[in-house]
Write a protein that binds this ligand. Structure first.
Ligand SMILES: *Cc1c(COP(=O)(O)O)cnc(C)c1O
Length: 337
C-alpha cells in the first residue's frame, strides 16, 4: 500500500529548480521552552538555487509555462527587497532566459543596506536588469509597457505577477502540500496546525488547493497576513485558492471556511519592522540556529509564538511552521536590529 498522497500535476509543464523535497525538522529546544506544544519546521528555505526560498516552487511551474510558450525573456515585479524578483533572476539564469525586474520603493526605508544590499545585490549578480521605481508607481503597468516594447523589438516575453502568485505559479504549493502530507504520513505524524506568512497569497492558496484536491481538510492551515489588511488578504487568497483548485479539478468549489488568515502581525505595514518580529527572529536564531527573514517569516513566527503563549493549542499539539526563506532580507534590514 502506498502512503504517498494522490495529486497528479503531470498535465502542467514544470522546469525543475529544486534538488528534491525539503526536510521537516522538530525543534526540540524551542518546543521545550514553549511548554506543551511540539514545534516543527518545513525547511523551504533550504534550496540551492539563488539562495533558495519558497518562490522557487512557484517558479518551477511559471518557468514551465514560459518555456512551453517559447519565451526568451521573463519580466516580473516586486518591492525593492523582493525575494521573488531575486529567485526569478536566478531561475532565468539557470534556464538561459533574459530577466528584467521592476522594483518599487514602497517600503519606507532609504538606508544603503535596504536600497542596495541583500536581494538587490544578488539581483545584480544574477544578471537581471533592474527598473527602479518610486513607491507610488504602478509596477505592473510599467512591466506591461516594458513587455510591449520588448515584444516590438522581437523578444518573446513572459510576464510573471507579483510574488509569482498566478494560478499556475501557485501549483508549486499544491505540490508542496502533497510532499508535506507524504512526509507526515511516512513519519507517522499528524499536524494540528500548519502556519505560514501570507503576502501575495499564492503560497497559502496553493497549499489550500492542494489539500482540497487530495480530499484533506485545509482548516489546519493558518496564515498570518504581512502585506495587506486581513479583509483584503482573505478575499485575495480565497480567489487565488479557487483559481488554483480549478486548474487541478475543473469543477471543484472552494469551501468558504477553507482559507483562514490570522491578523495582528502586520504592524504599520508591509516591510515595516515590529518588536514582535525582532523578538521572534532572535528567539529562533538563538535557540535553534535558524534564520527567519524580517518581512515574512519573522512576523508570521511572531504570530505563531503569540498563539502558543496564549494557549490557543491543546497540550501535546503538533504545529508545523513553513520556513519560506528570505535570508538576504536580514542584510537589508541591518539597521532594524
Ligand atoms: C513571497 C514570500 C512569502 C509569501 O508568499 P506569498 O505567496 O506571496 O503569500 C513568504 N516568505 C517569503 C520569504 C517570501 O519571499
Amino acid at each position: 500500500m502506498s502512503i504517498a498522497p494522490d495529486l497528479d500535476l503531470t498535465a502542467f509543464s514544470r522546469y525543475r529548480l529544486m534538488e528534491g523535497p525539503t526536510p521537516i525538522q522538530h525543534l526540540g529546544r524551542l518546543s521545550k521552552l514553549a511548554g506543551n506544544v511540539d514545534i516543527y519546521v518545513k525547511r523551504d528555505d533550504l534550496m540551492g538555487l539563488g539562495g533558495g526560498g519558497s518562490k522557487l516552487r512557484k517558479l518551477e511551474f511559471l518557468l514551465g509555462e514560459a518555456l512551453a510558450q517559447g519565451a526568451d525573456t521573463i519580466v516580473t515585479v516586486g518591492a525593492r527587497q523582493s525575494n521573488h524578483a531575486r529567485l526569478t533572476a536566478a531561475a532565468a539564469a539557470r534556464a538561459g532566459l533574459a530577466c528584467e525586474i521592476v522594483l518599487t520603493r514602497t517600503v519606507p526605508r532609504d538606508d544603503n543596506d535596504y536600497l542596495h544590499n541583500g536581494n538587490v545585490l544578488l539581483d545584480q549578480l544574477l544578471g537581471a536588469r533592474i527598473h527602479d521605481l518610486p513607491g507610488h508607481a504602478d509596477a505592473m503597468a510599467f512591466a506591461q509597457h516594458r513587455a510591449e516594447d520588448l515584444r516590438k523589438s522581437g523578444r518573446k516575453v513572459y510576464l510573471a505577477p507579483l510574488g509569482g502568485s498566478s494560478a499556475v505559479g501557485n501549483l508549486g504549493y499544491a505540490a508542496c502540500a502533497a510532499e508535506l502530507l507524504g512526509q507526515a504520513r511516512e513519519a507517522g505524524v499528524s499536524f494540528d496546525r500548519i502556519a505560514l506568512p501570507n503576502g501575495s497569497g499564492g503560497t497559502h492558496a496553493g497549499l489550500v488547493a492542494g489539500l482540497l484536491s487530495m480530499g484533506e481538510d485545509p482548516a489546519r492551515v493558518v496564515a498570518y497576513n504581512v502585506l495587506a489588511t486581513h479583509e483584503s488578504t482573505l478575499a485575495n487568497t480565497r480567489l487565488k485558492a479557487q483559481q488554483t483548485l480549478e486548474l487541478i479539478q475543473p469543477a471543484a468549489i472552494l469551501p468558504i471556511s477553507g482559507v483562514i488568515v490570522a491578523d495582528g502581525q502586520r504592524g504599520d505595514g508591509y516591510g515595516i519592522p515590529t518588536d514582535a518580529m525582532r523578538e521572534a527572529v532572535r528567539l529562533l536564531a538563538s535557540t535553534e540556529g535558524l534564520l527567519l527573514d524580517p518581512v515574512y517569516g519573522g512576523k508570521a513566527f511572531a504570530g505563531l509564538l503569540q498563539d502558543i503563549r496564549s494557549q490557543a493549542f491543546a497540550p501535546g499539539s503538533k504545529v508545523l511552521f513553513l520556513m519560506t526563506g528570505g535570508l538576504p532580507g536580514l542584510y537589508a534590514y541591518r539597521s532594524a536590529f
